[in-house]
Structure formats: structure tokens, C-alpha cells
Design a protein around this ligand. Sequence first.
Ligand SMILES: NC(=O)CC[C@H](N)C(=O)O
Length: 314
Amino acid sequence: MTHVDLQSLVDDIAGEMAREVVRGKVADYIPSLASVSSDKFGITIIDHAGDCYSAGDAHSPFSVQSISKVFSLTMALGSVGDALWTRVGREPSGSPFNSIVQLESEHGIPRNPFINSGAIVVADVLLASYKPSEILGEFIRFMQMVAGDDTIHIDKAVAQSEQATGFRNVALGNYMRAFDNIVHPVEQTLGTYFHFCALSMSCQQLAKAGRYLMCGGRRHPGTADTIISQQRARRILALMMMCGHYDGSGEFAYRVGLPGKSGVGGGILAVAPGIASIAVWSPGLNSHGNSQLGMIALERLVQRTGWSVFRSNR
Ligand SMILES: NC(=O)CC[C@H](N)C(=O)O
């Protein structure tokens, strides 16, 4: 598609989403997220040439929540490599993002790094590589570097709000501690995890941060600067495809056909490998905790561009 086409495409989609009546339910189990308006919708596409197309509330920061799991995973693989996989699996869970049920029969090893239990283990792995006082700084620096934007930050109020009410995550952390799959004090590991989730970014910043996954591990189009290897980028995308939307991952693959990762703040990062990095945001969630309009918007985008990884012609 030409540049003009992509700009009118995002404008059209933002216009259509503004008219949608069924907008999902904003997550209220994290008190500081409950007040975000479900009227919001933003979208940014960055294509393989590095050109950026935004519409709606694409410049409004929102709570990235579980989308941060893609970036903490990238850092953990950078720190310990494939040794990570002795502590976390790579299979879809088919369960809600905050489920504890599989941990008992699977001996405290979470199914994958994109559900809460898995990302809590990833945070624990990172705590072994960085000093506790440095880990959040390292995380923020990594995000600023991949996005090329040093205004990106963690919203401390959101982290504290979750720290005060995240009883399920406390249960997950303690349960895995009992299996020796959390090795740091549970409070410290959870504190790290909550702060990762409380990352605040706009669609534009998030789409920029996703460029290394679109570009086979290169920082952005037109550079030889590498963040991760091509193979690692492919594998993270595979995990996003299979596990990025919890028990809604099959539906997302069916309807959108792109690797993606959602968060309860209403954001979704989706990647068309070699073609585009796409971020959408609308805070109302469907029953699986994935953005109701974000998913519809991505479905329409793929219908109109043919960008599904399952397309038969290029
Ligand atoms: N699905 C999500 O985005 C969940 C992340 C959220 N911080 C939680 O732990 O519950």
C-alpha cells in the first residue's frame, strides 16, 4: 500500500471505532485503571520503511500492562538465554491470564512467559542478573532505547495501586516460591513485575518499540544495529502468536492472524513480520481481558491490507 493509503486506512478505522457501541468493559480490578474512559481509541502503524501513521488517541499514554511481558522476556533471554526455558514453558495455557490451576500439576512451572505466573518468573530471573536497585532503570532504558524515546516511564501510581490489590499475583508468587521457581523474596519479585506492568506508553511509542520484532531483531528499518538475533525475534513472535492473548489466543490468530500481545490496559502490539509494527489501544476489554475494539480494529486492518502471516501471496 502507498503512504497515503495507510494514513487513510488508520483514519477510517479510527472513525469506525468511534461509532462502535459495544466497547467492552474497562479493567477495574486495578483501581487506578478503572477511571480510564472507554471512549478512547488509538492506532499507529510503522511500516518497513520506518514511516509512521497514527489516528485517534495514538499519542495518549496508557498502561501497557501485559504487553510489557514481551519486553521483559526479551531482556531475560538476553541475560540467561535458553536456560530460561527450564523455569517457564512455551505452550499456550488455554486459561485466564491470572490462573493458578495448572501450576499445581505442573510443579510450579508456568505454561508460558505471557501469562502472569510466567512473567513473574521472568521478573525473578531478571533479578538474578541485575541489582534490585538497578532493574527498573535497566528496564526503562531498554524501552527508551528500542522505542528511541527517552520520555517513556513507569507510572508509579499504577504500580502502587496494583501492589495494594494484586492478591492473585501474590498467591501465584508464593505458590511458585513453594516449588523453588521463585528464588528472590516474593515481595521483591512481585514489586518488579508490577512496575514492569505499570509502564506507560502511547500507541506511537509502542509501535516504535515493536520495530525490532518487525525487523528480524534490528533496532529499526534501515540500520544494522541489532537488539536480538533474527532467530530470537522469530521465536518471540511465535510465542506471541500462540500465547499472546491468553485463552483468547486461538480467536486472535483466527480473526487477525498476526503475532500479538495484549494487556488489560486495553493495548495490543501486533507485528506483521517484515511489513509493519502496529499498536492499538482501546480500554474496554472482552471476556478474555483483551481489548474489544483493539481486536476488531486489527481484524479490519488485516482484512484491508492482507497482512496476515497466513496469506498465500506476497
Ligand atoms: N493481562 C494483563 O495485562 C495483566 C497484567 C496485570 N498487571 C496483572 O498482573 O493482573
